[in-house]
Design a protein around this ligand. Sequence first.
Ligand SMILES: Cc1cc2nc3c(=O)[nH]c(=O)nc-3n(C[C@H](O)[C@H](O)[C@H](O)COP(=O)(O)OP(=O)(O)OC[C@H]3O[C@@H](n4cnc5c(N)ncnc54)[C@H](O)[C@@H]3O)c2cc1C
Length: 445
Amino acid sequence: MTAHQHQGQSPSSAADQDARGVVIIGGGQAGLQAAASLRSEGFTGQVTIVAEEPGLPYQRPPLSKDYLKARPTDGTDGSGSTSASPLPLRGEAFFADHAITLRTGTAAVAVDRSSKTVSLADGTVLAYDSLIFATGARNRELPTPGIELPGIHGLRTLEDAEQLGRALDSAKNVVVVGAGFIGLEVATAALARGCQVTVLEFAPRPMGRALTPLLGDWFAGAHRHLGIDLRLNEGIASFEAGDDGRVAFAVSTTGDRYPADLVVAGVGVQPNDQLAAEAGLETANGIVVDAHLRTTDPDVFAVGDCANFPSVHFGGPFRLESVQNATDQARHVAGVILGADAPYADLPWFWSTQGPFRLQMANIVRADDETAVVGDPDPAHPKFSVFCFRDGILAAVESVNQPSDHLSARKILAAGLEITREEALSEGFSLREAYKERTQPAAVV
Ligand SMILES: Cc1cc2nc3c(=O)[nH]c(=O)nc-3n(C[C@H](O)[C@H](O)[C@H](O)COP(=O)(O)OP(=O)(O)OC[C@H]3O[C@@H](n4cnc5c(N)ncnc54)[C@H](O)[C@@H]3O)c2cc1C
């Protein structure tokens, strides 16, 4: 699908100015959910999504997982479809059925808060009563010499994934820069496709910003067990070209040279907050919002990867990059626009699939959490959870191939149920049973 409008609305500026309602900038997970929730909660005004990318809003998580698996080389998605969005969040009919105008392939380029209008790159001017920034994030760029060489990829969009998928068809030696979630997902996908894979990470453990040190160390061993050459405390220094002008070596900060016919840089993202800053809204590592996800302008909100919000679970300003955060914040803002008054307090949770390891996290871990492993951490057939305690009470749970622990932990933590360290580590304890016991009404004797 190319740049166009998916549901009838006049493109003329005058007509658009007359029709106020909610304008959502960004057609990703958060933008789509905000529109869907406005409708499901009964909002009857205009809802318009402005989406810079072409095609229908799509899911990003599969891009570094199933989507990179071997597939036909004819440019299709393997299902015979040649759609530009093989992973749509909603089908095309959804937008017409819910009277949501989706303007794809055009960016919002300016917001004028005094006239309450948004200007688009194609010249359209949209008027709003409420405006939602759902602009997401973009990949951080490495300042490394040689970064411009052909054969070096990033991964954020479907287009990036298509290019990377094609490059993997012929790659032999893959170097991944950054042992974060996306880097390790790509590393395991490349390994499954028969490549030699080296991962360079300047920090002492993988996924260090998000996991407990205990689980980070476990993943380091587990990925090496799979056959990934994981180099910790070793950053990227430069890339060198071969005779064909393409990348041929990655040189690390220790001076080691790793053969690389394909490089993937997964070194984190930066929030897309420039447009909000230009509109005079406060930004600081994202668009700053209050507990209701409102910016410094009461008619303007920000949700998802681009929003820096006061997290009750983190205990301060926080920016989260996850599907849960994007969708829950979007639902919340739809409610606020319709008059709800509760602060945003949904429990954060996350997942990542790295080859045979299904990682799931309930709540944000803290560096000083007390940790205990429950289950079998053998990397050959792991099935375990890391219980994290604060002041002796269960506060977060990380799970590997243990989905029932994860689901129960989410329910327990979201409900604010207290489980002591002593109880959680007692013989025969189960999170599922503990949740049931605490929530089922006591039997009448
Ligand atoms: C490869 C990959 C794998 C991931 N895996 C997981 C996972 O396993 N689990 C998990 O929880 N999360 C995962 N994530 C993170 C998750 O996808 C994001 O947190 C989520 O997509 C954020 O949604 P969003 O709507 O805030 O931002 P985005 O999905 O980034 O959408 C924002 C959209 O806004 C558009 N935009 C920006 N500026 C403008 C403008 N001025 N005008 C118009 N449009 C604009 C952008 O082009 C983009 O399409 C993954 C992310 C990636 C990239």
